[in-house]
Design a protein around this ligand. Structure first.
Ligand SMILES: NC(=O)c1ccc[n+]([C@@H]2O[C@H](COP(=O)([O-])OP(=O)(O)OC[C@H]3O[C@@H](n4cnc5c(N)ncnc54)[C@H](O)[C@@H]3O)[C@@H](O)[C@H]2O)c1
Length: 313
């Protein structure tokens, strides 16, 4: 995608800032709407040409302002993660459901023709069949899974009602540069930053649970290809199509970081699924998505990024 007026909600966040980088490199004019709830201003420092609007996707006026002249919307702003939604279910629903409706309404009024929204594998709940296809039973285990499902369905309903294509990308476990360590962080940043500080790692359960980790560059690729696709609306899995145990993940991080720390095993965590593996063939067949980054290379790159960040802190 080149030379377009593009809005990225949640553009200061982990995935959003990686997407903004690519969009700017390709010569698009990028507007970012973010309230910095979990995103970082410093993620946007490298993009002085981007228009940054500090505001909330639940605020109709600010969303309409951000939407002026926009041709393509990438909607990533969200309250992210199972734990955050269990701790703050009302906020989660407000941002993910009402915020999405504000974005859709503003997009409809502005005549936007394409919206790509960030859904989540969290909509599926416990694995019933493997690999997970798009038509796998949908039984979310957390408020987050429910609100992301609602977000996805809202976008698809707008595609049915109006002259707008809507693509919902169901990301599995995304990792890569700009993914920070925080209380709601995913397993890779938590383990990498704890290892950098020579702190022990806590694995919930026996560590034989599996996850399908996908590098953020591949998620960016999926967003761009979905936006470029003509006349496509629907929901698609975006993952690597491979899975790894948490125990193996720890080995890879340890190798990349060249250190070994104490590992503790604790009880399984409420809301976590045991296994996760995506079938990504529909995204490949429909708009040519194909992951490029291996977990080994991606982890090595991520550890280098985290090492630089910890030196700065
Ligand atoms: N990281 C993953 O593994 C993963 C997996 C599945 C789906 N997703 C989805 O991808 C999207 C991006 O996630 P991320 O990992 O980059 O998380 P993130 O927390 O880094 O990014 C979310 C961004 O949205 C902004 N935001 C939150 N509430 C807002 C509001 N009310 N108004 C405006 N901006 C707001 C935050 O400040 C942040 O910049 C989210 O929609 C998330 O649900 C992420």
């Amino acid at each position: 995608m080149k030379n377009k007026n593009v809005l990225v909600t949640g553009g200061a966040g982990f995935i959003g800032s990686n997407l903004v980088k690519h969009l700017i490199q390709e010569g698009n004019r990028v507007t970012i709407l973010d309230n910095f709830m979990s995103g970082y201003r410093s993620n946007l420092d490298p993009f002085p040409t981007a228009t940054i609007i500090e505001g909330d996707v639940r605020d109709q006026n600010v969303v309409e302002l951000a939407m002026k002249g926009i041709e393509v919307v990438f909607h990533l702003a969200a309250s992210v993660g199972n734990k955050r939604s269990i701790d703050h279910p009302i906020t989660d629903a407000g941002i993910n459901v009402l915020g999405t409706i504000q974005v859709l309404e503003a997009a409809r009024k502005e005549g936007v023709r394409k919206i790509v929204t960030s859904s989540s594998a969290g909509i599926f709940g416990e694995l019933k069949t493997m690999p997970i296809k798009e038509d796998h039973p949908i039984e979310p285990d957390s408020p987050y899974g429910c609100t992301k499902l609602c977000e996805e369905k809202l976008c698809l309903s707008y595609a049915k009602l109006y002259d707008i294509d809507a693509v919902a990308l169901r990301y599995f476990n995304v990792y890569g540069p700009n993914q920070r360590f925080d209380a709601y962080g995913n397993v890779i940043p938590i383990f990498v930053f704890r290892m950098l500080n020579n702190e022990s790692l806590l694995i919930y359960g026996d560590g034989e649970q599996t996850r399908d980790f996908v590098h953020v560059n591949d998620v960016v690729q999926a967003n761009i290809k979905a936006a470029d696709s003509q006349g496509v609306s629907g929901a698609f899995n975006i993952a690597s199509g491979t899975r790894v145990t948490i125990n193996r993940l720890v080995e890879l991080i340890s190798k990349a970081n060249q250190n070994v720390v104490k590992i503790e095993y604790g009880p399984e965590r409420a809301g976590d699924v045991r296994h996760s593996l995506a079938d990504i063939s529909l995204a490949y067949q429909t708009f040519g998505y194909f992951p490029q980054v291996s977990l080994e290379n991606g982890i090595e790159e991520y550890v280098k990024w985290a090492q630089k960040l910890s030196v700065k802190v």
